[in-house]
Write a protein that binds this ligand. Sequence first.
Ligand code: AMP
Ligand code: MG
Length: 522
Amino acid sequence: MVVHMVNAAALPIDSIQENYVREVYGIIFSVVYPTPFKSRVRLVAVSKEVLEGILDLDLSVSGSEDFLQLVSGAKLILGSLPLTHRYGGHQFGSWAGQLGDGRAHLIGVYTNRLGVSWELQLKGSGRTPYSRFVAHGDGDGRAVLHSSVREFLGSEAMHYLGIPTSRAASLVVSDDDVWRDRFYNGNVRKERGAIVLRVAKSWFRIGSLEILAHSGELDLLRMVLDHVIDEHFPSINLYDPNRYLAFFSRVVSETANLMALWMSVGFAHGVCNTDNFSLLSITIDYGPFGFMDSYDPDFVPNTSDDERRYKIGNQANVGMFNLNKLLQALNLLLAPRQKQLASQILEGYSEQYYRCFTEIFKRKLGLLGNDDEDNYLIAFLLKLMEDSRADFTMTFRQLSEISQDQLKDLSIPKEFWALQDVAEHEFFSHWVNLYLLRLKRNKGDSDFERRKRMTGINPRYVLRNWMAESAAQKAEKNDFSEVRLLQQILQFPFQAQTVAERAGYAQRPPAWAQEVKISCSS
Ligand code: AMP
Ligand code: MG
């Protein structure tokens, strides 16, 4: 595999190559080599589709010693210069200063047979100038197996749900000790270091620009922006004086779309800081994320998010907050008239979000065409689900599977357990009446077609917290079977699968699911 580096000639690299934690100025990347594990490393999982479809590698390569060394940071691809990226960000609403790749290394960029370039990044591969201070307890540049299993499975699951995301190529685990106080309660546990090889078309974040704006490095800010536009926004002319406006407009609409997509599968990212928001509007930096079980706009997956800032129902607002921070950085490069236009673009965000949200939820309900009452119908159902704490994924799935005749009679079979929960609501029959009337207004539709459309968009399986937890706990005991099982099943989230049914993945979550706690350190 031949890789090249991120246009190294264009983006300045730190002249200091010594690896110690420090504030860095005037550069975008530092050269840092991954720190190999001291102990034995083994491959837990690989993504065949990423290897074959993105990296042009035959799956059999993953059995080789070379591959194991590459994906565990022990060996580099010939000609590769490993880089760590300097960025900043707003964390939980406040400017946090310099952050950066504190435990990740960009090991190369691969342009595949389709001509698409992918940046390969190891996560958990050792300390860098951007690592958190060790005094924090987890500034060791490592990632533990538990969180790596979650990132590997979570990002792949999102891809197969059709949501823009980074991908995961491989997951390795070592026997190196990594100490973690998972819940910040003084209970420090020994865990094992793991590394995920993740790939994305770009790892630049809002925070990549913010840090340059905050320290007044405007030439660099311009340079990074032009680089990102040149590489990833081919429809924008690099010589257009309004190119940053065009770029901002795209990021605003794509972020609105992403937030609506997250909502449509009940995904809460958990840490929506500006350093975790991609400039390409893909989902990145999987940490304490969660797919909600019961529908609850107050669902917070991250148990250390005390103020509930990143609850699922607040993600759309947070998207706006983050875009506003992006705008503040861009403003330094805009003329007064352009600033005005940029504010107007941002004002359009809410409308864009609601437009995307309505479109997606209409599809989730199988509605064709437009009707003034559509928003009401969607909001009405969500309110019933909220009141009855009905399961989000399975309510939509079962609405996709049930026939209109069954709905009309309100004869909901036992296996439609989530719908039965909603049906206990006093206004359910009222909603069903409205829904059935609305379905009649679908032009040229049949119940068979409706169900086919709806089962193709409403997943039967998502990576529920309890499923990830169970797989991660088994992995900690060197049983990787459930990681692989979930990886396989979640490749086809819209298809009923016997093994998945047997494992209870479409059943009511077990009682212990509510006890699962996930923090930034998990
Ligand atoms: P995150 O919350 O994972 O997005 O990380 C926020 C910042 O902390 C980023 O700059 C990370 O690189 C850094 N960081 C997170 N975990 C570690 C770790 N184990 N060692 C060093 N730095 C870390
Ligand atoms: Mg991050």
